[in-house]
Design a protein around this ligand. Structure first.
Ligand SMILES: [Zn+2]
Length: 671
């Protein structure tokens, strides 16, 4: 943010603004902007970074963050005019901060002399109070940086407990345990603290994931957070100056023209240019989704890049909000007049000779409709299996499954874990064979020549199970069923697998054994599961270490060993060496570039089928699978990726811990 973009300064008449004796100030993380209880000489209009306002709790002796002031905020001012301004809270820079600063005296004079500025300041304070109230409802906050970590307590609950549950015991005093936590079931925490520390009462303090990462970095001596880029906005600077002209290939183009007369009245051309620009930027940045999120002051735009939502530094102005919503809805072929019901639609956009499908959905919110555009690139992300799978053993497993003449291949994982890419890569292998391939999908993410793709359409009764039954009458060899989420689809797909067809489908489940469990939970006969299933694949995505700036980095064994990864190279003393990106221009200082899948596979061989049919307990089934050599775990795959320097322990711990991998408790048994 430039100083003149600061909303409070922008409220000043230009003539006043240009004469303002503003000075630039910068702070490093940890710098004190002003101390508590002292007169505040200068106010700071925050332009970049975050300043924490800290309150010191006398009894606990810890400081907690009561407010965060980011770009657009003001630090050092109070509403009472005239009187000497004494700081209630200490203000400390949380990261590199840049402000425009003004003498308190001049600031107070401005409030008196410029009514528009005073109004803007009052509105700002109201907004702020609302935010603070919201936050205090969410529970007390703690400034984890200021806590002196009690090693003894950590040892007693174990580091692995801290990492797995993201719970840090901070103090234990006369039976009361104070714990900092990211999010947790309080009942469970109370139970755990009683068991582990003998505490009879628990005081929870909420911390953010970022603070937790910071704690890990400081106290476990390792940086589990993404290396902080010096210039986090480099990615945006790349595209912000570019011009985009997008052509839309859809039947709604004429509607676009018509709509220009109505809602688009307000600066219609500018809004069209801006929406084209945002979509064009998303394509250039290889974003997978664009989120348009209205709030009181306008509309925030966020791009999902490599799985992370990143805010576009420039939001959409409030006076463009209505026109922008109309523009996007028209693009999608939605009803512009309908604002209370969720809608969805689609469009095909062509930008710089690249053609993509846009899946657009709207949901009404308090400040207007939130719109999400999913970008589906039919060509870009198709990958050959050999490229997708880096483990020879896992590749062979998957190929083995694909070569079965009939049966079901089940691919599991949460949304956004790359299941579709895997399934299509498998289909590509099949497509060159003399077989008839049909798919029922929602949405059709990639267009493959030579196969019959059908879009699911429940409104005309074309749901997954109905489509499967209809397909069976048309003599297919391979059937892809987009998703199995109900017993009816599961049953239809498994039966198709039993009657001589190869069926590929996905399921929302944590791992391969959990998927088998989900199916039997749906009431499917274990005998049918056992006889139809030929293989299961589970997957997650991790960020790939940037090859340009990767360097050796030491990781303390206390961090690595709880991951339970088999077959790692021996540590040097207390430290394992892995590759980690330092951050460079090629990766926008993130240290990562692109993503890759981590797989778990289970081949269902004949010797294994009777175990499945008997519906034995999870642990027994897995032990048998290991013995038969048909199971390859996510931990094995992770160890391989780490050994090859393709990703970092940070990424691996994220998928193994934070995605609640159900195989965690048995980690120690893995060899
Ligand atoms: Zn790099």
């Amino acid at each position: 943010m430039e100083w003149y973009e600061h909303p409070l300064l922008a409220a000043l008449p230009k003539a006043v603004r240009s004469k303002l004796p503003l000075a630039a100030a910068t702070f490093e993380a940890g710098d004190v902007v002003h101390a508590a209880g002292q007169q505040v000489e200068r106010v700071h209009f925050v332009l970049l970074g975050t300043i924490n306002l800290l309150h010191k709790d006398q009894t606990l002796g810890v400081k907690s963050v009561v407010e965060l002031a980011g770009p657009g905020h003001l630090v050092g001012a109070q509403t009472e005019r005239g009187s000497a301004v004494v700081a209630r809270h200490e203000a400390v820079a949380a990261e590199a901060v840049r402000t425009a600063t003004l003498e308190q005296e001049i600031f107070q004079a401005l409030l008196l002399e410029s009514p528009p500025f005073a109004m803007a300041f009052i509105r700002y304070n109201e907004l702020r109070r609302e935010l603070v109230e919201e936050r205090s409802i969410a529970g007390g906050k703690i400034n984890i940086e200021s806590v002196r970590v009690n090693d003894d307590l950590i040892r007693r609950v174990t580091i692995s407990y801290v990492l797995t549950n993201r719970i840090i015991p901070v103090a234990l005093k006369s039976g009361t345990a104070t714990v900092a936590l990211v999010d947790a079931d309080l009942k469970k925490v109370e139970h755990d603290m009683k068991r582990l520390l003998g505490a009879s009462r628990v005081v929870p303090l909420k911390i953010s994931q970022k603070q937790f990462d910071e704690f890990q970095r400081r106290h476990l001596g390792m940086d589990l957070a993404t290396p902080a880029g010096e210039d986090e906005l480099a990615w945006y600077r790349e595209v912000r100056g570019r011009d985009y002209s997008i052509h839309y290939e859809n039947p709604f183009e004429s509607l676009l023209e018509k709509a220009k007369g109505k809602d688009l009245e307000i600066d219609g051309a500018a809004v069209v240019r801006l929406s084209d620009k945002i979509i064009g930027e998303a394509l250039d940045l290889d974003a997978s989704d664009i989120h348009f999120e209205p709030y009181a002051g306008g509309m925030e735009v966020r791009f999902r890049m490599d799985g992370e939502l990143v805010a576009r530094p420039e939001s959409v102005r409030k006076d463009h909000l209505a026109a922008m919503l109309s523009r996007l809805k028209v693009l999608a072929g939605m009803d512009i007049a309908e604002r209370r019901k969720p809608q969805d639609g689609r469009a095909t956009a062509v930008c710089n000779n690249r053609k993509v499908d846009l899946r657009i959905s709207s949901v009404p919110t308090r400040f207007g409709e939130k719109i999400v555009i999913r970008i589906l690139d039919p060509v870009a992300r198709l990958m050959d299996l050999d490229t997708l799978v880096v483990s020879r053993e896992v590749l062979d497993s998957i190929l083995w499954m694909g070569e079965r003449p009939y049966g079901m291949i089940l691919i599991c994982g949460p949304t956004g874990s790359g299941k579709t890419t895997t399934i299509y890569s498998l289909l590509m292998r099949k497509k060159d064979q003399p077989v008839n391939i049909v798919t029922i999908e929602d949405p059709i993410e990639y267009i493959l020549e030579g196969i019959t793709q059908v879009q699911r359409n429940p409104s005309v009764g074309l749901d997954f199970p109905h489509a499967v039954r209809a397909f069976l009458r048309q003599d297919p060899d391979v059937i892809l069923v987009g998703e199995t989420r109900d017993p009816e689809t599961a049953k239809a797909s498994l039966e198709a697998g039993l009657t001589g067809h190869l069926v590929l489908t996905t399921i929302h489940a944590g791992n391969v054994f959990a998927s088998l469990y989900r199916l039997s939970e749906m009431g499917i006969d274990p005998f049918i599961i056992a006889n139809s299933m030929v293989g299961l694949i589970s997957q997650r995505l991790v960020r790939r270490t940037c090859p340009v700036c990767a360097e050796n980095a030491p990781y303390h064994r206390r961090l690595i060993e709880p991951l339970g990864l088999p077959g790692l190279r021996k540590p040097e003393g207390d430290f394992y060496m892995f590759r980690r990106g330092r951050g460079c221009a090629a990766c926008n200082n993130k240290g990562y570039k692109g993503r890759m899948a981590v797989f778990e596979t289970l081949r269902v061989v004949d010797d294994f089928k009777h175990l499945l049919a008997e519906n034995r307990p999870f642990s027994e089934t897995r032990a048998a699978a290991r013995k038969l050599g048909i199971y390859h775990s996510m931990r094995q795959y992770s160890a391989l990726l780490l050994g090859a320097g393709l990703t970092t322990p940070e990424e691996i711990s994220r998928i193994l811990f934070y995605e609640r991998g159900e195989d965690l408790p048995d980690a120690s048994k893995e060899s």
